[in-house]
Design a protein around this ligand. Structure first.
Ligand SMILES: [Zn+2]
Length: 1099
């Protein structure tokens, strides 16, 4: 290999000007919102201020009837000739142009059944709950009429005739039959929660334990069934007597026998075969507490010091005599919610023809049929019914947001997006707001004009696009044009949409390998070089094309950079060294970025040589910013976009731009300056991010640190360019090699678009105001991403700026302009129509908890850049209480204040919220490495709903009682120590970490089957893969693990932990229903706390 010192002036030109072609749209955006929605932490609960009410304005009132409803009539197929047929869809897909499978409903009238019917159902079951009169607190009945409480009522027909006793008409809650139990909660007595028994109340122990409270606000809470509407959690605090009905005593406690409740908090519970199952009818209730009922609640008012105070160093709280304990099965279970949704909607077709239709959960497998709205794989919303006015939105404080994953992978049985090509004229758009042609545009005037559904502007239809209307007012070519009938499709973009009006070159990948001492010694460099030889054969390529158009290039570096000429004509690769890292440039153009297939021989040669070339290095210092700079300059010189894969080991301390120093300081944790730990260092990287975005240079960083590297700063460029950061602490070949390679393979092969810019347009009355993701914003509307891959999501928050109309609903159009892997410029359009309502009950009914928590995670993780984590946690708790209190006040049927009533669609929201507050970034613990906290913060910012759901509620799967012959995936259990069994084996995974936990009494034959060892004691060392044994259980367990690794966006390192071994602590922090290892309340305590907050808001 020839090696030249290279001295030359940077030959390439200045930064490109901004992107051409993407016309600006709406006016200026709003000022950056503060954290805390709708103007800061919630205040006391109050009615909306009428003085601020806006009246509906003419813009929406003047809208034509929703175009879509008339368009979605199934009865008209095509007739006559239609000149413009678009190309046939890919072979695998269903033929396009078929009529919808099911009759379309009118959009406006679709949706859940009228509340009245549900109300009637509910009333049939819980009349008698609403006993008038003072709450006297008679002893709770001890009736043995035990029913399993918190049971899912049978899925009865929506239109079931009302029960004999009709409820007050005012009850707006679509209620499930759970009122009965909810009221029934016999007081649990002070001992159950007071102070310590639960391992410390969420509020730091003070003020809850005392006599005055005598117990938790929820005492023997009982959870009503949850089917349709609110669900209630009974409590007794005000001495609320179980009103009336005898059936209450027993079932409210529902749970296991009282004896079972006396276990100390930390004791493992007896295993259940499937922990999510509801307990059977418990023995007769809870006769033991009647006398204390009257003490509850009355003293609970008054400001509480707050949950957040309990975070660091919460008292252990395990002391004291055995405590009576609330039944954990009685509070809402995420696992139950997931399984219920699977049972209801799993395997079914979800057609997107109905406005405001709430999709199945992200955890449910279903097939999407695009019938006019974007698939939930592309767009999900926090609620599918927006409140009509800003006042209502402010009142409920439910954030209105959409989580958009524009490049989401579709399963093989769903139709890939059609590409519409209008040739040189490009897509048809509204002249005023620039919205793209979509199913909501209303054609008028015999088809010569169309009215924009977003801004109401009336536009001329271009001559080439003219088409007659049928008697329904719909274009005759409706079914032939994806942009008239589908929620998602693509347009071929014209030169106007290309940088400098030039068709882009295909993108490139540059592999940049840190060859300093650390990476050589660990064997990492050799591992990467070997892997690339096979991986480069699998570069992403267009469907049906022989080879990838993506060019590749190679750089190695330590304190200096080595560029390689791998031109196919060369016999040997050539190295060029650039040692002036202050003025980074690329020393060669021709031969640096090449077609892999053409230069394969030279590249092989290079990959073979690299490990040897640096085998004797003792250079331990590295540069970092110049590496990114070099890659970006190379793309600039080649006039292409692309991705840098950087494999880096240490903090860049060599003298060069972007040199970093150790600024880790645990003393800042839990102070006002903690935020500086998350903030990147200003300067070089900030500027570099902008340049990378302008060039379409995405940066993926694979980090192999052995100590603090200032990840917050090093990840700054990746996190603004649509990139990812992978981190392997103390990388060791044997334990981590395969784990890293799995990540690398997924990363290289995933579907991706480059040089992307996204705009979210809305119909009048509301607009996108805030954006969260691995993105860059130069202004208030254009979301720029150097690249966007199938796993990246942008969370967009909306605010009202006017009133919305129930009749027309609300529209969102997301337009993503990007360059394909073969260099075509495309526009990808996703449309979604939502309902609007002046009834908050509609909003709560149409909420999606998984989306809500995605929004809260991202907004909180951004907020900690500017505020102490303690404040952010307080805001989260306050907002949770506020949202639920608003539901209680406005939507739920009247009930005793002591009940905790949760909207059905949000009943597990508190679990997620509590889990979020215990995550590393928010928990404020000095025990957690700063880099890990920063890493988690940044990864979540780019996540979609599926990933945040899993991150915040891991899957805990019993593996000791698998049915090895079953095809059905084993059902997880709740994430609590309670669900573990001494003799069990459990798999836990959250998309980033994976554990196999072994109880200390694991039977030897189980150990033998899985590990080929005689007993647990023989299990030594760090095993990260299971041996391949030829028995059904071993095969099944490995298959489950393998499937999970395949399914998740990231690889996970399997860690095997034994009960009571030290590493078990790592595992335990994922048991998110329990008290946090580093602070934070248990789910039960949190729920109690939130309940109390709600009551204060309502009082
Ligand atoms: Zn418009």
């Amino acid at each position: 290999m020839s090696q030249q010192g290279y001295v030359a002036a940077p030959p390439y030109s200045q930064a490109q000007p901004g992107m051409g072609g993407y016309q600006g749209g709406f006016g200026a955006g709003s000022a950056p919102p503060l954290y805390g929605h709708y103007g800061g932490p919630p205040q006391a609960f109050s009615a909306p201020q009428t003085g601020m009410m806006k009246s509906p304005v003419s813009s929406s009132a003047g809208m034509p009837p929703p175009p879509a409803s008339s368009q979605y009539s199934p009865n008209i197929q095509q007739n006559g000739a239609h000149p413009q047929r678009y190309p046939a869809p890919p072979a695998a897909s269903a033929p396009y142009g078929q009529p919808p499978h099911s009759p379309f409903n009118s959009m406006a009238s679709s949706g859940p059944p009228p509340a009245q019917q549900l109300t009637n159902q509910m009333s049939a079951m819980n009349m008698g709950n609403y006993a008038p009169g003072p709450m006297q607190s008679p002893p709770p009945p001890t009736s043995p009429v035990a029913q399993p409480h918190f049971q899912t009522p049978p899925p009865q027909a929506m239109g079931q005739p009302p029960g004999p006793q009709s409820p007050p008409a005012s009850m707006s809650m679509a209620g499930p039959p759970m009122g009965v139990q909810s009221m029934a909660g016999p007081p649990m007595g002070g001992q159950s929660m007071g102070g310590q028994s639960m391992g410390g109340p969420p509020m730091g122990g003070q003020s809850m334990g005392g006599q005055s409270m005598g117990g938790p606000p929820m005492g023997g809470q009982s959870m009503g069934g949850q089917s349709m509407g609110g669900q209630s959690m009974g409590g007794q605090s005000m001495g609320g007597p179980p009103m009336g009905g005898p059936p209450m005593g027993g079932q409210s406690m529902g749970g296991p026998p009282m004896t079972g409740m006396g276990r100390p908090f930390s004791g493992p519970s007896p295993p259940g075969p499937g922990g999510f199952q509801q307990p059977g009818p418990g023995p007769a209730g809870s006769p033991g507490y009647p006398q204390q009922a009257g003490q509850f609640g009355g003293h609970m008012a008054g400001p509480q010091p707050g949950l957040p105070g309990s975070f660091p160093g919460m008292p252990g709280g395990l002391a004291g005599p055995p405590q009576k304990k609330l039944d954990p099965d009685s509070i809402p279970s995420i696992i139950q919610v997931i399984e219920d949704d699977k049972a209801k909607q799993g395997g079914q077709v979800f057609s997107t023809n109905i406005r405001g239709q709430v999709p199945p959960l992200v955890t449910t497998d279903f097939t999407v049929q695009d019938q006019g709205n974007a698939s939930p794989r592309f767009m999900r919303c926090t609620s599918y019914s927006l409140p009509c006015t800003a006042e209502l939105a402010k009142q409920c404080q439910v954030p209105l947001a959409s989580i958009i994953k524009p490049f989401a992978n579709l399963p093989k049985n769903e139709t890939p997006l059609y590409v519409v090509n209008h040739g040189e004229t490009g897509p048809v758009r509204c002249n005023r707001c620039k919205a793209y042609m979509c199913p909501y545009m209303q054609f008028i005037d015999g088809g010569r004009r169309f009215q924009c559904a977003f801004c109401n502007c009336v536009n001329e239809v271009p001559v080439f696009y003219f088409q007659h209307l049928d008697h329904m007012g719909r274009r005759a070519d409706f079914y032939e044009k994806p942009e008239l009938s589908l929620g998602s499709y693509e347009f071929a973009a014209t030169l106007d949409y290309c940088k400098n009006n030039k068709i882009p070159n295909p993108p490139a990948f540059i592999f940049m390998i840190d060859v300093s001492y650390h990476n050589i010694k660990s064997g990492l460099v050799k591992l990467i070089c070997n892997e690339l030889k096979t991986l480069l054969e699998k570069l992403p390529r267009e469907e049906g094309v022989e080879s990838s158009a993506i060019k590749v290039g190679f750089v190695t570096y330590n304190k200096v950079l080595h560029f390689y000429n791998v031109k196919s004509a060369l016999a040997q690769p050539q190295m060029m060294v650039v040692s002036d890292t202050a003025e980074m440039f690329v020393p060669l153009l021709d031969g640096f970025l090449v077609n892999y297939q053409e230069s394969k021989a030279v590249i092989y040669n290079l990959l073979d040589q690299i490990p040897d070339m640096f085998a004797d290095t003792n250079e331990s210092e590295t540069v970092f910013a110049p590496v990114i700079q070099a890659g970006m300059e190379a793309f600039k010189a080649a006039e292409c976009s692309g991705k840098l894969f950087i494999f880096h080991s240490s903090m860049p301390t060599a003298e060069a731009p972007g040199k970093l120093k150790n600024r880790d300081d645990k003393k800042l944790v839990n102070t006002d300056k903690e935020k500086t730990l998350f903030q990147p260092q200003k300067g070089v990287f900030e500027q570099l991010s902008k340049e990378c975005v302008a060039q379409g240079c995405c940066v993926d960083l694979f980090l192999f640190p052995s100590q603090y590297v200032d990840l917050a700063t090093m990840a700054d460029v990746p996190s603004h360019t649509g990139g990812s950061v992978y981190k392997y602490n103390n990388f060791q070949m044997e334990a981590d090699g395969e784990h890293f390679l799995r990540d690398l393979r997924k990363d290289v092969q995933k579907s991706i678009g480059f040089d992307a810019i996204m705009r979210v347009r809305t119909s009048t009355g509301f607009r996108a105001t805030d954006f969260y993701g691995a993105i860059h914003m130069n202004n208030t509307t254009d979301i720029e991403m150097a690249a966007v891959d199938c796993d990246k999501a942008v969370t967009v928050e909306f605010k009202h700026d006017d009133a919305l109309s129930e009749e027309t609903g609300a529209l969102i159009q997301c337009a993503l302009l990007y360059t394909t892997i073969s260099g075509q410029r495309r526009l990808r359009i996703h449309n979604l129509s939502l309902n609007c309502s002046s009834q908050l009950s509609e909003l709560y009914k149409s909420c999606e908890t998984d989306s809500l928590i995605n929004f809260f995670a991202k907004s909180a993780y951004r907020a900690i850049l500017n505020q102490p984590v303690k404040n952010v946690r307080e805001i989260l708790v306050n907002q949770t209480a506020h949202m639920l209190a608003c539901y209680r006040k406005n939507c739920a049927s009247p009930s005793a204040a002591s009940q905790l009533i949760l909207p059905d669609a949000m009943k597990v929201f508190p679990v997620y919220m509590n889990s979020l507050m215990k995550t590393a970034p928010l928990v404020g613990s000095t025990e957690l490495p700063t880099d890990d906290r920063a890493h988690q913060r940044l990864s979540v910012m780019g996540m979609g709903v599926e990933d945040t759901q899993l991150q915040l509620y891991p899957r805990l799967i019993p593996m000791h009682n698998l049915d090895v012959n079953s095809e059905v995936a084993p059902v997880p259990v709740r994430c609590s120590e309670e669900r573990l069994a001494d003799s069990g084996m459990f798999l836990l995974e959250n998309g980033h970490a994976m554990f196999l936990w072994l109880g200390q009494a694991c039977p030897p034959d189980l150990i033998q089957s899985i590990f080929n060892l005689p007993s647990l004691a023989h299990l030594q060392g760090h095993m990260s893969t299971l041996p391949e044994l030829d028995n059904p259980l071993s095969k099944k367990v490995r298959l489950i693990i393998c499937d999970l690794l395949e399914k998740r966006p990231n690889s996970m390192q399997l860690q095997i932990v034994r009960q009571k071994d030290k590493p078990e602590m790592l595992f335990r922090q994922f048991l998110v229903e329990d008290k946090g290892l580093h602070g934070g309340a248990s789910y039960m305590d949190f729920l109690c706390y939130v309940h109390r907050e709600i009551r204060q808001l309502l009082s």
